[in-house]
Design a protein around this ligand. Sequence first.
Ligand code: FES
Length: 154
Amino acid sequence: MLSQEKLQKIDELKKKYPTTKALVLPVLWMMQEELGHISTEAMKYVASLLSVPYSHIFGVVTFYTMYQSKPIGKHHVEVCTNISCLLRGSGKIVNHLEKRLGMKMGETSKDMKWTLSEVECMGSCGTAPMFCIGEEYHENLTTEKVDKILDGLK
Ligand code: FES
C-alpha cells in the first residue's frame, strides 16, 4: 500500500523511536499523502505494519481532524469555530460558506471539489476568524475575503 521509498523511511524512523506506537502519527500522514484518505483497509495495513492494535489506529484517525477516513474534496476548507474565532465572527463565515457552496459543514460536494469541516483552534487566534485550505491559513476573514479566496480556487 505504501511506496518502497516510504517503507524505507519508516524503517529508518523505527530506529529512532523506542516503540513502533510512536510512529503512528507520521505513518498515518504518509498513508494520507499517498492515498488521499485513510480507509479502514489502510488503517488495518498500518496496524499490521507497526504491530499496533487496529483499535488504536482507528482511535487516532477518528480523533484528529487532520486525518480523513473518507475521500474529501479537492479543496478542503477547515473552519475554526473555537472561542477566539467564534467571538470574532466565525459563525458568519460558516453561514456564508454553507450558503455559497450549497452544502453543510461536514459535507463533501458531489463533484468532489469542496469539503467543509469545522475544526478546533488552529493556533491562529490573534488573526481570528480564520480557516485553512490545504496547508494554507487564511486569516482575518470577512465574507468579502472568503469570496475572493474561493474565486481564486476555481
Ligand atoms: S480559536 Fe480559531 S485559531 Fe484559535
